[in-house]
Design a protein around this ligand. Structure first.
Ligand code: PGA
Length: 254
């Protein structure tokens, strides 16, 4: 919580929760959702589960979205899903450039940038993921590397408001490993990313962009990680699957 922006707790389910399980989870979430929340919540479900999630959460205070989106609008792109169709389901967000997409599907910063544009053009807020591998951090180059990723991905991307962009810093060595960045690491990267955004888009716009931390975030570390300057919430994988731990994280952020 930077003190400036309302935090966002974004739940990245990955390849988990098909339609039936996702619907049941969303229903129970609404039943147990506390009235006073100090953070926004977004469920990032598998494509095929989005209609089920939408049938429960549309019009509720809980936002939802996808974990990827096509850079293309339509055509011969087997397996792809267009941003316009996600908007049809009233998705608010889409994750773009997650390290697992980069690692297993060869996605580049340039592709991520094109996907960000497709999301923006269809009224979705992109959650652009960046972050370094362990050797890069050990070489002391984490900030330089991550800012270069941002620069390449955002090369042709306009940002005008909080809805244009969310950036998630996810050091790859911290994802699913139980090894978390320290609050100092998260803050250092948050400050550096804000600095980059200020240079690129001007102070007033940069101040509206939410900067998340992701990588082994859990109920017992989320408050410390998000208490620092320029860490405006978290992108959570493993700990987002259980409703109990999601509600604990929401309470800890509030
Ligand atoms: P994790 O995943 O919380 O399981 O480390 C985070 C992510 O990959 O978004």
């Amino acid at each position: 919580m930077s003190g400036r922006l309302r935090p966002l707790l974004a739940l990245n389910w990955k390849l988990q929760k098909g339609p039936a399980e996702a619907r049941a989870w969303a229903k129970e979430l609404l039943e147990r959702l506390p009235e006073n929340r100090g953070a926004d919540l977004a469920v990032l479900a598998p494509f095929v589960s989005l209609p089920a999630v939408a049938s429960v959460l549309a019009g509720s205070p809980v936002a939802y979205g996808s974990q990827d989106v096509s850079a293309e609008a339509k055509g011969a792109f087997t397996g792809e899903v267009a941003a316009a169709w996600l908007k049809e389901l009233d998705c608010a967000y889409t994750v773009i450039g997650h390290s697992e997409r980069r690692e297993y599907h060869g996605e580049s910063d340039q592709t991520a940038g094109r996907k960000v544009l497709a999301a923006q053009a269809n009224g979705l807020t992109p959650i652009l993921c960046v972050g370094e591998k362990l050797p890069t951090r050990e070489a002391g180059e984490a900030v330089t590397f991550t800012l270069a990723q941002l620069e390449r991905a955002l090369q042709d991307v306009p940002v005008t408001s909080s809805k244009s962009l969310v950036v998630a810093y996810e050091p790859i060595w911290a994802i699913g490993t139980g090894r978390t960045a320290t609050p100092d690491d998260a803050e250092q990267m948050g400050v550096a990313m804000r600095g980059f955004l200020k240079q690129r888009y001007g102070e007033a716009t940069a101040a509206q962009v939410r900067l998340l931390y992701g990588g082994s975030v859990k109920p017992d570390n989320i408050a410390a990680l998000c208490a620092r300057q320029d860490v405006d919430g978290a992108l959570v994988g493993g700990a987002s699957l259980e409703l109990d731990s999601t509600l604990k994280m929401l309470a800890a952020l509030s």
